[in-house]
Design a binder for this molecule. Structure first.
Ligand code: GLN
Length: 303
């Protein structure tokens, strides 16, 4: 089922595209034409729209071979973005590989809300916990001209984040930190000094992972997905750290949550002592972001 059959030799881009789309459709890929076009444009170094102008051109044998190889991998459900090596986030290109979660559009809602909240200027100590490819940290560094501590336990992920920070010219403002949350923040002397903590932590319940689409279940890093038996273990860890005074008085928390998790996360954060808790919906109407702040000794604020 996942094996692709070879096209006849010396085909035009157009013919190869329809062959590829056909192979992907047979393998049950949702958007076979779009993906075939994405992979072809990756090989040809053209935008998918640029391709339209030259679809009657013949492919060289080498390019045809590469295209067939990529179609074969996509048919095995390797995500298209791992094959092209990048994904767009907040209108910018970010490198991705199998060590990092592919950035999702929902995460842009988190970034947008944080930028709105701090439109008059970013505070000095901003932390992105579980930075992965670094999309949140790099976007905040760019959009808000801010300095961000970007934390991850995966050194391979931090390598990707480093590449992205360099590529976007903010390597001097994104401080990459290898280690677990919240321990290494304490080690860095940031305990009690954090003005803004953002995070898109792993939030899928362990038992649910196998039921996700194969692209996610088989190829995205488990460490970036697995939120423990109920999916909430990272929010629990955060709540515990907030309760112990991780944030500065008035410090803000903004986290992404899975569909249906907002209520439980808000309750945890409320019990840990956060105030002003509220949610933001994503474009599908799910409560996707939870925000709150640490009042400390009387520091109040509008969220
Ligand atoms: N912060 C990264 C993102 O939003 C990685 C998140 C993760 O791996 N859970 O895409």
């Amino acid at each position: 089922m996942n094996e692709v059959s070879s096209p006849k030799s010396r085909l035009s881009i157009h013919e190869m595209l329809s062959w590829g789309a056909d192979q992907l459709a047979r393998s049950g890929i949702d958007s076979p034409r779009l993906d075939a076009r994405l992979l072809m444009s990756h090989i040809m170094g053209e935008s998918p729209f640029g391709l339209i102008a030259q679809t009657s051109r013949e492919l060289t044998e080498r390019d045809a071979g590469r295209f067939m190889e990529l179609i074969g991998l996509r048919a095995k459900r390797v995500p298209a973005h791992y094959l092209t090596g990048w994904r767009e986030f907040y209108s910018r290109r970010f490198f991705v590989n199998e060590s990092v979660l592919i950035p999702r559009p929902e995460t842009e809602v988190l970034v947008e809300e944080v930028l709105r909240l701090f439109k008059d200027g970013f505070p000095p100590v901003v932390v992105d916990a579980g930075t992965g490819s670094g999309v949140i940290a790099v976007t905040l560094a760019l959009e808000a001209n801010s300095r961000v501590y970007a934390l991850d336990v995966s050194r391979q992920a931090l390598e990707v984040a480093r590449k992205n920070a360099f590529f976007h010219g903010v390597a001097d403002r994104v401080e990459l930190i290898a280690g677990p949350f919240p321990g290494c923040l304490n080690d860095l002397g940031l305990h009690g000094r954090i003005d803004l903590l953002v995070s898109n932590p792993p939030y899928i319940a362990t038992g649910e992972i196998a039921r996700l689409m194969p692209e996610v279940a088989l190829y995205e890093p488990r460490i970036a997905l697995d939120g423990g038996s109920d999916g909430l273990s990272f929010y629990r860890l955060m709540a515990d750290a907030f309760g112990k005074g991780l944030l500065r008085a008035g410090g803000v928390v903004a986290v992404e949550v899975g569909a249906g998790q907002a209520g439980a996360v808000m309750e945890m954060f409320r019990l840990a002592g956060l105030s002003g808790l509220r949610t933001v919906q994503d474009y599908s109407g799910y409560e996707r972001v939870v925000l709150g702040f640490w009042q400390g000794c009387g520091m109040s604020r509008e969220l």
